[in-house]
Design a protein. Structure first.
Length: 286
């Protein structure tokens, strides 16, 4: 008998956008539910190994494809407001609470785990809805880009955001910078659910969201684990360090993994990263 099962479904996000999600249900639940928030361009289906590790240990996961990603509705790589992602998560959180067994509603809490853009979404959600969470875990959060955007390109992005917000262009992400595992880049490139386009409005909204998260870091009081690859060439670890220094939580942990690239959950040493997350949760009775 399997230790867990998976179901897929949809819920209505902000303004009625239909959001696809995966629910991973352990046979013996701990009453702790994890909302997993993936990064830009990808989808929740890329986190199967994370589910394989944690779900048999009793952690239930809800993993949506963000709007404009994966199997969810919405223009690919586009939002008019970054807060649309937050509103979608709030709709998911309400769904989770309605489906949680009655004996778990007081005992357990929601843990949010976000990677890259999902890390930024997780931080913004935690800042806006701290009472809805027990803990925050972020991996390679998008708080500072590793390669600065040229001034002319940033100015053009701001202009196009106003006059043609849905205009899309290639995101220029180099899959070789995701992981040292030689299988990750070709799998990413050949994944039909991976999106490689980004809109001008997304660009300006994401930049504003990064600035907002760093400016409000002192307001975050929840237990938080911040993890980052020390050799991340997409999202600079300096952004994570800055957030950690400003973060107002009395229980905050920063782990920089020397030599690792952006997707630490897909690195050659990913099992150690997952074990570190488990140890951090267990130390807090989560």
């Amino acid at each position: 008998m399997s230790d867990w099962r998976e179901i897929q479904g949809r819920f209505s996000g902000f303004e009625g956008i239909r959001i696809n999600f995966r629910r991973l249900i352990p046979r013996e639940a701990t009453c702790h539910t994890v909302m997993l928030v993936h990064g830009f361009g990808e989808h929740a289906g890329r986190y199967g190994h994370v589910f394989d590790y944690f779900v048999p240990k009793g952690y239930e996961f809800y993993a949506p494809d963000q709007r404009g990603h994966g199997l969810s509705e919405g223009k690919r790589g586009h939002v008019m407001r970054f807060s649309d992602y937050i509103e979608d998560l709030e709709a998911l959180r309400a769904k989770i609470d309605s489906e949680r067994p009655s004996n778990c509603r007081l005992e357990g809490g929601n843990i949010i785990l976000g990677h890259s853009m999902g890390g930024l979404i997780a931080l913004r959600y935690a800042l806006d809805h701290p009472e809805k969470l027990s803990a925050v875990i972020v991996s390679g959060p998008m708080l500072k880009l590793a390669i600065p955007v040229p001034a002319w390109k940033a100015a053009m992005g701001k202009l196009m955001s106003k006059i043609a917000p849905a205009l899309s262009m290639p995101n220029e992400l180099d899959p070789g910078f995701l992981s040292h595992d030689p299988q990750v880049a070709p799998q990413y490139e050949n994944d039909p659910l991976v999106n490689h386009m980004v809109s001008s409005r997304w660009f300006t909204e994401a930049n504003a969201a990064m600035e907002d998260a760093l400016a409000r870091a002192s307001q975050l009081k929840l237990p938080i684990l911040i993890m980052h690859g020390g050799a991340d060439k997409l999202c600079s670890p300096e952004g994570s360090k800055a957030f950690y220094e400003k973060c107002g939580s009395p229980d905050k942990t920063l782990k920089i993994y020397d030599g690792m690239y952006h997707e630490i959950f897909n690195e050659l040493q990913y099992k150690q990263v997952l074990a570190d997350v488990e140890a951090w949760l267990k130390a807090r009775n989560l």
